[in-house]
Design a protein around this ligand. Sequence first.
Ligand code: DHE
Length: 506
Amino acid sequence: MIKAAAGNLFFILVFMLHCGNSVAVEPNKVDAEFLYKKYCSECHGADRLGAMGPALLPQNLKRLKEKEAISVIENGSPATQMPAFHDRLRKAEIQSLVEYIYTPLEYVPEWGMEQISTSHIVYHLPEELPDKPLFSADLQNLFVVVELADHHATLLDGDTFTPIYRFPTRFALHGGPKYSNGGRYVFFASRDGWISKFDIYNLKYVAEIRAGINTRNIAVSSDGRYVLVANYLPHTLTVLDGRDLTPLKVIPVTDDNGHSSRVSAVYSAEPRKSFIVALKDMAEVWEVSYSAIASTTQTPLPIRRIKIDSYLDDFFLNQNYSLIIGTSRSGSSQVVDLNLGRVVHRLDLPGMPHLGSGITWQYQGRPVLATPNMKEGMVSIIDMTTWKTIKRIDTLGPGFFMRSHENSPYAWVDVFFGPNRDAMHVIDKRTLKIVKTLRPVPGKVSAHIEFTKDGSRALLSIWDKEGALIVYDSHTLKELKRIPMRKPSGKYNVHNKLTRSSGTSH
Ligand code: DHE
């Protein structure tokens, strides 16, 4: 059943009519518009509403001063796909581009309940499809691999490492797909706001909906009832029914003074039966409860607002979800106690720690948090009882993703940026020393590890159009298999995600 084909057409028409050529007239407009189309539109959208890159509108650039914007265009932005343009654009051209992106659009499409509902597509009602997989494999040891180069995903058997099924996805998926119902369903989010629910047993999409114009990520409640969508544009959270993605509610993200904020990310805190929401332009963390006790018919999904020191651009939740360890790009890092509802520690973390990729393990009888750094070549190891950094491990360059598994003595961290981005370090969790540096394909980025259910194998991505997944024995560190893939950005093991392994992202 396709409810919304007409709705989609309507959306495209509205976009074409209202966004295509209707930018407010400003000095330098002709040049800037031309330059924007040539250099920026592929990633940021022809209409500046965002695509692979974020929306470039004054309301989304509030925290970026115009001087900083010039530097980003000149030098690129660390930890993103934004390249440097100093060799292609003159200073005056960069200046005119900055003026252009800080000029409000004459028309920003509204994306509320009505537009979201119109985009809703239901392909199959979940109960119409058999509750039995069409293939045979250990269902807890499956991987979904996102292949960014041609916008596909591959379902991979985690015992034999053979692809079971490859299917198209929406454009530019971002963030980890989320599993529900013991791994039967997987949910994806694309940067342009499309949320898709896929039935792994039947190898079919169940439903899709465009929940935002520019989206960060999603979280699925542990009971599978709700999907919460974090948006950059508009400044909202969208609540969807986990069954068929019917939109239930759009929550405006505003403070007491009516100022609105982008949402950095949302996670489901299963032990608390709540969603934790980090905000990019407001010094607050929100906890949205989905427990039956907190939710009443009068107040479904009540929101608890916790004031904190500063914005959260990136954050990590500890294993029992009582603490948020968060950081802002300005360099301040803080520990927020969710039970006490306040900041309880400040951390000394230089550079740009990528806490979203942080992992924990026991080191000499105490829990430690390890985080790569997207600006500096180092991994910080933090004692989670004293909140002191006990070791900085030097790496060959800034990294993005870090991974381990309860059954593995090693933690793997990539070197995502710089001349050594083909390198992958393996750290011994017992000594906090790098014991091996792999270069599986010289000259090509190697990134993002994920372990099999039992932790015996580690899967590495070669981030290239003609890329691969490389399977390693996680104890001997010997290569076992290469599976060709098209820029496999991330891979997600059902068991490790559903059990919230301390070695992976949740
Ligand atoms: Fe991501 C996860 C934010 C750039 C690939 N990234 C996440 C998550 C957040 C985040 C909040 C956790 C969501 C989740 O899993 O539910 N990412 C950001 C940024 O703020 C940043 C630095 C700037 C931006 O452009 O948004 C950023 N991310 C990138 C990239 O440039 C990457 C490398 C390529 C891409 O696809 O855009 C990238 N991010 C990823 C991947 C994950 C991710 C593959 C999932 C990791 C996982 O294993 O869970």
